[in-house]
Design a protein around this ligand. Sequence first.
Ligand code: NAD
Length: 342
Amino acid sequence: METVRIGIAGLGRFGKLHAATLAGLPGVEIVALCDPDASQVDAAASRYRVARGHGSLDEMLDEGGMDAVFLVTPEQHHGEQAAAVIAHGLPLFVEKPLAATADEGARIVAAANAAGVPVQLGFVVRFDAQHSLLRAEIAAGRFGQIVSIRLKRNCSRAWFPDYGDRVHTIYETSIHDIDLALWLAGSRCTRVYAVDRNYSGLTYPDACYAMLEFESGAVAMIETSWFVPQGAPANVLTGSWHGTIDAELEVIGTERSARARLLDSGLAIWREDLTHHPETSLWPEIGGSIAGALREQDRHFIERVRQRAGSAIASADDAVEGLRIAEAIVQSAAQSVPVSLA
Ligand SMILES: NC(=O)c1ccc[n+]([C@@H]2O[C@H](COP(=O)([O-])OP(=O)(O)OC[C@H]3O[C@@H](n4cnc5c(N)ncnc54)[C@H](O)[C@@H]3O)[C@@H](O)[C@H]2O)c1
């Protein structure tokens, strides 16, 4: 396969970023787009010179002519849409979360395995160089035993109205940190205790705090909330998507410890209206192309499509494990009790 022909479903904030990333990769052609919002399809089609625009995924799949599909649609559609892509025998990149429940996720993995279809998850932080370096250090045993992992992912308050009625925030923000904790601990989670809060009055909580215990003895603390004020240093300025992801990580091992902050790129640009701290690791835009972890992630997927093999870095199996933990966290917060995972 010389050129990999891609169809993208969902052209909102993150679909546009994937489109910009894929358009900058050699040997990749975006051949079809779909979104019920025709203005999004038209804008992306003219920007990336894509001939085919569709109002629905089914229409795009029925027309064929693609080697793989990117699903960047709202979270609640992923399960059903992933199943449809797999039923058409097409390799699938799906943004997190894989599905609404762990059981639905497991059914998707089983269907993909049966059809021999590669599936990769949008766990972009696994492709961030600082996380990859840290993982390699831990895997080489240099940290000794992992004692604790602390992960924080707080987002701009202004973004919450767009997400607060879609899924519990644990599936939106903390799903990255659950995945990181699993990846760095290298052990199964056995028990969780969580508390959530809802100050905004939307369907789902705008803050959630979870403690996870692992078989190895490691403990992870995962924190998320949506109250970062607009005056905070902005590290997301992409299209009309402006604001801050305030993310931190700390790992304590018996031999070494480590910490990382997403905001501290070292570069600060002072403007009249705000201070821009461009984050340089996840998806920096340089000269109109997207670099960083997002480019690495999408490039890795394209390679897997060529080899028709699943990803060893961001596998669908790990995503199902993350969904089981997310479900336990939501249950624990709702019932105010610790929840054990079998
Ligand atoms: N990895 C990350 O760091 C990261 C960051 C942001 C968003 N995301 C993920 O990306 C996905 C999309 O989020 P977003 O922020 O771009 O949302 P968004 O609301 O900005 O965009 C979603 C787009 O999907 C379209 N859409 C709705 N229903 C559809 C359907 N049935 N078929 C096709 N298109 C449909 C909407 O019209 C909209 O244009 C979500 O899964 C989200 O969790 C990931």
